[in-house]
Write a protein that binds this ligand. Structure first.
Ligand SMILES: [Mg+2]
Length: 357
């Protein structure tokens, strides 16, 4: 079965309310839906997000890279030859990991549809459900505690609290949230690169008593020595997010023993294909992985759920990206029950189509 045509469709996804982290603020996601048509009538569906502040991509750049470079490169390729296709793409386009991820997701969806199997079965079939956290976006300690309480009331058992806008108040934020949600809820925090290494150590030591499960990306993405400095001075596990895009990034951090956990996102790794390589080298090093996402529709999110269900070494997921959206434009595919995604037997990632918008 060969690739006949690739379609890249720009979409605008409105958020229920403004999402705020230490590095960006957004009220709408401008993503790209990718459809790969084959000569036997099957269609693979993928999605590229465009977190410009993180990957440097925009909706326009994703469309240009797919339409002008990737699409002609893959035309006529055998759909199963993912390694060969990815090598071809990487030899023509540096970076642009979201555009690559969108194509990679659609190819993996096709793999499942062709084999008439849910994708996670082809990726290892380790489990059939995962439980995601829900993110609490940056605000005053009081407002964040309020949001956290509402989420717990809704049934979420794991929360991820965004920190880092004004480091001196971060300790208050964590304490206020923990006080309001009680001791039973798993609490992770994400500083999105906001702290200096010394600041990070100070803040993390002060929030240790709030029983924080892990601290994500305390320092600048490129500051590997800073990550290691923090990791060696605190009890709470340190997780890298923005520091790890590629397999090479992961290897560098592992060699330097700079982190305890790695957060993989398809939009950073360039898709499932590379993500699986990161998962394997991390596993060999005894490092667990989390799968996260950007603000994505259920297409990108479900691709990540399938990957997470396939691999033993994915021990946590942060896949609340579609929960922030006002409308669900995706047809078919499972929906989470509060925080739990339980996969069914639908083929590929399970998506049928996308509503015309
Ligand atoms: Mg993060």
């Amino acid at each position: 079965m060969r690739i006949k045509k690739i379609e890249a469709i720009p979409i605008k996804l409105k958020l229920k309310k403004t999402f705020k982290t230490a590095i960006r603020q957004t009220d709408c996601a401008q993503n790209v839906i990718i459809k790969i048509f084959t000569d036997e009538g099957l269609v693979g569906i993928g999605e590229a997000a465009t977190p410009t502040r993180i990957t440097g991509e925009t909706q326009e750049s994703v469309l240009a890279v797919i339409n002008n470079i990737i699409s002609p490169l893959l035309s006529g390729s055998e759909v199963f030859d993912i390694e060969r296709m990815m090598e071809k793409i990487d030899s023509h386009v540096v970076g642009n990991t979201c555009a690559k991820a969108g194509i990679d997701i659609a190819l993996h969806d096709l793999l499942g549809k062709t084999c008439q199997k849910p994708l996670y079965k082809l990726l290892g079939g380790y489990r059939n459900f995962v439980e995601t956290d829900h993110t609490v976006s940056l605000d005053t300690p009081e407002k964040m505690a309020e949001v956290a309480e509402t989420l717990v009331r809704k049934g979420f058992n794991i929360l991820k609290v965004k920190l880092g806008l004004d480091p001196e108040r971060d300790i208050q934020r964590v304490k206020a949230v923990r006080k309001r949600i009680g001791d039973q809820i798993i609490l992770r925090v994400d500083a999105n690169q906001a702290w200096s290494p010394k600041e990070a150590v100070k803040i993390i030591k002060s929030i240790e008593e709030s029983n924080v499960e892990l601290v994500e990306q305390p320092v600048k993405a490129g500051d590997i020595e800073g990550l290691k400095y923090v990791k060696n001075r605190v009890e709470v596990p340190i997780m890298a997010d923005e520091s790890v895009f590629s397999i090479e990034d992961a290897l560098r951090l592992i060699k330097r023993e700079a982190v305890d956990i790695i957060n993989i996102k398809l939009m950073k790794s360039g898709g499932i294909y590379s993500a699986r390589k990161i998962i394997s080298i991390a596993e060999a090093a005894g490092i667990e992985c989390m799968i996260g996402c950007m603000i994505e529709s259920r297409i990108g999110v479900l691709a990540a759920v399938h990957l997470a269900c396939g691999a033993k070494n994915i021990t946590r997921v942060d896949l609340d990206g579609a929960m922030f959206l006002q409308d669900d434009i995706v047809i078919g595919g499972i929906k989470p029950d509060v925080g739990i995604f339980k996969l069914d037997e639908s083929h590929g990632i399970g998506i049928k189509d996308v509503q015309k918008v």
